[in-house]
Design a protein around this ligand. Structure first.
Ligand SMILES: *Cc1c(COP(=O)(O)O)cnc(C)c1O
Length: 485
């Protein structure tokens, strides 16, 4: 497993290997017989950190300990040799692994794999962008060992600005790897027409930030697999509480865990979650079998985009209430979207939850509040669409900025996924670097306001939007915003 093939195994090393194999067998059984039978909320609260773990190893601490240690000490040279050859699952050095990130990774692997029959695993990363990079790089290696080998991949043009730059500048311009943008990802024929023998993967973001793009995951996954290619999905905006792409055929999911997974806003982090036995035309057995563990142990060991243990536990702590938070935040957003949809000063509202949104029916096929049938409040499946929406203010970019500057309680920030409502104008922030052409391709007009609705009472959020809109009608709008009383 992951190298170590040419390592000579001493009897002392074998002792550690046997002991760890017993531990792994116990862990797998615990996952299979106990954790996989839990509901989503229970997994989110506990993950793999058990009472037994706590008592045996962590002095009974009920919260996962934060291991602020760069490295791990070994009992003797046999244990060290076995560990560094990856023959036993110890953590050695925090760039490679760490007990705190371990619990974070397992919780995410189990949440993304909730309802999926096969195995899933997760590799934590220092940010969402590091997750995107980590997820795509292993597919871009030279297969034929010559420098001018043509390589391409397909990606939805409606995607996060940072992803657009990574693909368009870092990969396409700097490394000559062609990025084929998909304009209408709901059209499976458009995807199909762009695949050829040099294609390495299909990549899609949904719902997309900020435009609420969407596509038929199962259909695109089937297409990818029929060409022996993986489908990679950025499902940051949905979170596993509303959408788990692996259950619909995707091979790999990337998360900017910075966003709704860390609702508190306590820092930046990411994750790559993959099913076992992914589909790919890259012939590396370890990578196919367990992609997330492969990138964790090999490429990321060498590149170093690892997550800090402190951040891992901060995010893990936020994730425990993910389902109920995504429910509340989605309901609040629906209220705000409905209010703005009928507003005389608003041009267009983009929210997948609105019945007249062109992608509403498609999104409704995929976006469900997990375990709503088991929830006393609902007792039936319910659609939820997350807390990201966007809209255009009548009067063009100038009016949009005036409105934006008039917001009093809603924060002006390039951020989303917060417990607090946050708004931005993507054309001057998240999607500024990609220029006019890129924004046009991604459908980000200059007067678009992106709003991520928080957990405040929706009446108060609506009141703030209303007073900012009212400023557009009066001269008072020219002054600085008044202080909130
Ligand atoms: C923010 C974001 C990213 C990048 O994540 P960071 O944690 O900021 O690096 C990627 N995809 C989507 C959809 C995002 O919203």
């Amino acid at each position: 497993m992951f190298g170590g093939d040419d390592v000579e195994i001493t009897p002392g090393m074998q002792h550690y290997i046997d002991r760890n194999n017993e531990y792994l067998a116990r862990r797998d059984q615990y996952i299979r017989d106990v954790v996989k039978k839990w509901k989503f909320d229970t997994i989110a609260v506990h993950g793999l950190y058990s009472v037994q773990d706590a008592i045996d190893d962590y002095q009974g601490a009920i919260i996962e300990p934060i291991f602020m240690s760069a490295s791990q000490a070994y009992r003797d040279s046999d244990e060290m040799a076995a560990a560094l050859a990856y023959l036993i699952p110890t953590w050695c050095y925090s760039r490679i692994a760490n007990p705190s990130t371990y619990y974070y990774e397992w919780t995410l692997a189990l949440l993304e794999g909730y309802g999926f029959d096969g195995g899933t695993s997760c590799c934590s990363t220092s940010s969402g962008m590091a997750a995107v990079m980590t997820a795509v790089q292993p597919f871009l290696v030279h297969k034929r060992h010559h420098a001018h080998e043509p390589r391409n991949f397909l990606a939805t043009a409606q995607c996060y600005g940072g992803t657009f730059q990574q693909f368009n500048v870092r990969l396409a311009q700097e490394r000559d790897i062609e990025c084929r943008w998909i304009q209408d990802p709901t059209n499976v024929d458009e995807w199909a027409a762009r695949i050829d023998e040099n294609t390495r993967f299909l990549y899609g973001e949904l719902p997309s930030n900020p435009q609420q793009g969407f596509f038929d995951i199962a259909a695109v996954a089937d297409l990818a697999h029929s060409h022996n290619l993986p489908l990679i999905v950025d499902a940051t905006v949905a979170t596993p509480a509303l959408l788990r792409p692996i259950c619909h055929g995707a091979d790999i999911v990337v998360q900017s865990a910075t966003k709704s997974l860390t609702t508190s806003g306590f820092g930046v982090c990411g994750a790559v979650i993959a099913r076992h036995d992914i589909v790919t035309n890259i012939d590396v057995e370890d990578m196919k079998r367990d992609f997330a563990l492969y990138i964790k142990y090999l490429p990321n060991r060498d590149y170093g985009p690892n997550l800090h243990p402190m951040q891992a536990i901060m995010t893990l702590n936020d994730m425990r209430t993910l389902r109920s938070k995504m429910d509340l935040l989605s309901r609040n957003t629906m209220r705000v979207a409905q209010h703005l949809a009928h507003h005389p000063q608003i041009e267009a509202v983009q929210y997948l939850g609105l019945p007249d949104h062109p992608l509403h029916a498609l999104a409704s096929k995929y976006m469900w509040l997990v375990d709503a049938e088991q929830d006393d409040l609902y007792r039936r499946p319910v659609n939820r669409y997350g807390h990201l929406m966007s809209f255009r203010v009548k009067g063009g970019p100038e009016a949009a900025r005036k409105f934006f500057d008039g917001l009093q309680r809603i924060w002006r920030a390039t951020d989303l996924g917060r417990i607090k409502s946050v708004a931005t104008i993507p054309a001057i922030s998240t999607h500024q670097q990609q220029g006019e052409y890129g924004r046009c391709l991604a459908n980000v007009p200059p007067d678009m306001v992106r709003l991520c609705v928080g957990a405040e009472h929706p009446d108060d959020t609506i009141a703030d939007l209303e007073q900012a809109l009212a400023r557009l009608k009066t001269k008072a709008s020219l002054g600085a915003p008044a202080r909130v009383s």
